[in-house]
Write a protein that binds this ligand. Structure first.
Ligand SMILES: [Zn+2]
Length: 221
């Protein structure tokens, strides 16, 4: 059978379209499989890879803490992915009011929990490493709120103040302090966290209470 030049051209164009179509389809499949490949909720991730909207003041990466020792090599906030998602949602809510979350502590290796327990063996303030803290499970954060100028809202005590004044149940505080604590607590609870009675700064992800305790180091640049 003789094929004319124009028919050959048409055939080539036709084949070209098919190949083009196939390659586009293949690319789409690869793309969609990437997007549908969700990270497991329990995977440990670094918060900064998901948001740049947090203020970092990681106290245990400095000597400015009750251990009086720098126990983290660098100031990173590692958490389980589900904790990161809930924390970002909470931060977005604070940002609507011109505020942001400031982080003091996130995931805490079990070995550090043991060091803390040696200094403060009081479960009101430091979880017994035998049970493990929700920090060791990647589901707890120690935080406060800063305003649009980066200034911390007055919360009545410093972070890691181990006394009754740090409790949510302590009422002998200025009205503004009580309002600030309530603001922090309301937004966090709305986004899936529980408060902790004796520490205004501590929040546990409700969905993270039963995860495994972990003892790992994170990468420092
Ligand atoms: Zn805490």
């Amino acid at each position: 059978m003789k094929i004319s030049t124009s028919s050959k051209l048409q055939l080539l164009l036709f084949l070209g379209f098919i190949l083009f179509g196939v390659s586009v389809k293949a690319q789409n499949e690869a793309y969609s499989s990437e997007t549908t490949q969700e990270i497991a909720d329990t995977t440990f991730v670094n918060l900064k890879e998901y948001s740049n909207d947090f203020i970092y003041d990681m106290k245990y990466a400095t000597e400015d803490n009750f251990l009086k020792a720098k126990v983290y090599d660098c100031a990173e906030c590692l958490l389980r992915y589900k904790t990161v998602k809930a924390l970002i949602a909470a931060n977005k809510e604070f940002m609507k009011q011109g505020c942001k979350i400031k982080l003091f502590d996130c995931y805490r290796p079990l070995s550090i929990q043991k060091k803390m327990w040696e200094i403060v063996s009081n479960p009101k303030y430091v979880a017994d490493p035998k049970k493990g803290s929700i920090h060791n499970r990647g589901g707890a954060v120690d935080i406060t709120v800063v305003n649009a100028y980066g200034i911390e809202l007055e919360m009545g005590t410093d972070f890691d103040f181990f006394g009754i004044q740090a409790s949510h149940n302590y009422t002998k505080l200025p009205v503004s302090v009580k309002a600030n604590r309530k603001y922090l607590k309301t937004v966090m609870i709305k986004n899936g966290f529980n408060s902790f009675d004796s520490e205004w700064w501590h929040y546990n992800l409700k969905a993270g209470l039963n995860d495994k305790v972990s003892n790992q180091k994170w990468k420092c640049d």
